[in-house]
Design a protein around this ligand. Structure first.
Ligand SMILES: [Zn+2]
Length: 129
């Protein structure tokens, strides 16, 4: 799966439960662009709705989480920073989902953050609550 982005904006980590479950990690690291500033250069990614807000993209060939968007008119497409060819080009500037931050995750303490409050949709095969 390949994509091109014209800009890298709103680089952040999200600690919310949806991002934890969608990435299988302790948080998601994401960077965005307007939808017309990102192009999937081969087939578009597979997608699923992880909540009433977020539609997640992933590579159907290798399973890599590729990011998320929603269907609101001005919504950005966010991609996982780890899927960039040069993740170092997207330094984290904000964090979200602090209500779900895992206590032993000591990372980005100096970066401003906020709670989000969105609720994840349950996956019948992978969720353990
Ligand atoms: Zn999140």
């Amino acid at each position: 799966m390949r994509y091109e982005m014209d800009v890298l904006e709103q680089s952040h980590v999200c600690h919310c439960r949806m991002c934890q479950k969608a990435t299988g990690g302790l948080f998601a690291a994401l960077v965005g662009a307007k939808k017309d500033q990102i192009r999937w250069t081969a087939a578009p990614p597979e997608e699923f709705w992880s909540s009433n807000l977020a539609k997640r993209a992933f590579c159907s060939a290798c399973g890599t989480p590729l990011g998320f968007t929603c269907d609101l008119p001005d919504a950005r497409q966010y991609v996982t920073i780890g899927s960039l060819d040069h993740p170092e080009d997207a330094p984290i500037s904000h964090q979200y989902g602090l209500e779900s931050k895992i206590p032993f995750v000591e990372f980005c303490e100096s970066i401003p953050g906020e709670r989000t409050g969105a609720r994840p949709r349950q996956c019948p095969t992978s969720s353990r609550t």
